[in-house]
Write a protein that binds this ligand. Structure first.
Ligand code: NAD
Length: 316
């Protein structure tokens, strides 16, 4: 493959995989895209459906394939998995999806030549940690979408509240992509004006109560959408596209992806999200930020929660 061609594989052609493929095609982000699924017909159908729109967007090579097609990919995106059933615990879901993820990793690594593995399937932090270990790839080469979507939801809600363009709202949700995530208020700003200045001015309504409310809204956003339409896929597909763009264009963009953390903020040997610099090799660097004591304590709590799940699934 010549230097200027780009290729990605999407493993899993469900709601998330198919929406990601569609978004990638609309953005014309890659030259070649292979979709792999145990349900081969589903992958073939999604590829055909997108191919039939190419005359109006531009030439790409999109097809269903098998794991041998993961060779020479810039990125391999893992969306295979099952969704949580009512009443099922997070550990039960983790076990089911880890079994699938292990099979996927083994198959991918038989043919792997280069590129980044981007994990989307849930629980994304647990899968990112395990795939990093199973694959034997250098740290940073395996990353998860983590709290990129949560950070996007946070920014969206703040922009709505403050009635300002979401692109001017900068803020990060960090930690677990799950219940113990936390907002990094200390690094949240509107075009350079720290959010704390808004706390102090009653006209903006960023009260303590509102701050608690927005955190809950971000945390429960996925469940709310699932309650209404059965699954979430558009915003995650856009998040995957944004991460891929940083990777493929070597942009050094800062995003709250999940990656294995060692020697940072007193945290070791767990995957979670922190603002990190992304380039074509994956996570180039996790940022050092001055967090408040409260933020650090919450981040440690999140890391401990994830470590306890890792302990519960250590035999997989
Ligand atoms: P889905 O059920 O629509 O699709 C899953 C696909 O995986 C199916 O097509 C299935 O055939 C395939 N699959 C299952 N086992 C496989 C295997 N061993 N090898 C290859 N393919 C296999 O589910 P979805 O709605 O697309 O969600 C996929 C995953 O993404 C879930 O784990 C979900 O929780 C997660 N998700 C994550 C985020 C996030 O922010 N990280 C957001 C939304 C969904």
């Amino acid at each position: 493959m010549s230097e200027n061609r780009s290729k990605v594989a999407i493993i899993g052609a469900g709601f998330v995989g198919a929406s990601t493929a569609f978004a990638l095609a609309m953005k014309q982000l890659v030259n070649e895209m292979v979709i792999v699924d145990v349900a081969r017909d589903k992958a073939a159908g999604e590829a055909l459906d997108i191919n039939h729109g190419l005359p109006f967007i531009g030439q790409m090579d999109i097809y269903d394939g098998d794991y041998s097609d993961c060779a020479d990919c810039d990125a391999i995106i893992v969306t295979a998995g099952v969704n949580r059933k009512p009443g099922e615990s997070r550990i039960d879901l983790a076990k089911k999806n880890l079994i699938i993820a292990k099979e996927v990793t083994n198959n991918v690594m038989k043919h792997y030549t280069r590129g980044v593995i981007l994990v989307v399937s849930n629980p994304v932090d647990i899968l990112t940690y395990k795939i990093q270990k199973w694959s034997g790839l250098p740290e940073g080469r395996v990353l998860g979408t983590g709290t990129v979507l949560d950070s996007s939801r946070f920014r969206y809600l703040l922009s709505e509240k403050l009635d300002v363009d979401v692109k001017n709202v900068h803020g990060y949700i960090i930690g677990e992509h799950g219940d113990t995530q936390l907002p990094l208020w200390s690094a949240t700003h509107i075009a350079g004006k720290n959010i704390r200045e808004y706390f102090d001015d009653p006209k903006y309504g960023i009260t303590e109560e509102y701050r608690r409310e927005i955190i809950e809204k971000v945390k429960s956003a996925g469940a709310k959408i699932i309650g209404k339409k059965g699954a979430t896929y558009y915003a995650i597909a856009i998040s995957v596209n944004t991460i891929l763009e940083s990777l493929l264009k070597n942009q050094n963009t800062i995003r709250t992806v999940s990656s294995v953390i060692n020697n940072k903020y007193g945290i070791d040997d767990v995957a979670l999200s922190l603002p990190a610099v992304l380039n074509s090799n994956g996570v180039k660097e996790v940022m050092d930020l001055s967090m408040t004591e409260d933020e650090l304590a919450l981040l440690h709590h999140s890391a401990e929660q994830l470590q306890s799940i890792l302990e519960a699934v250590k035999d997989i």
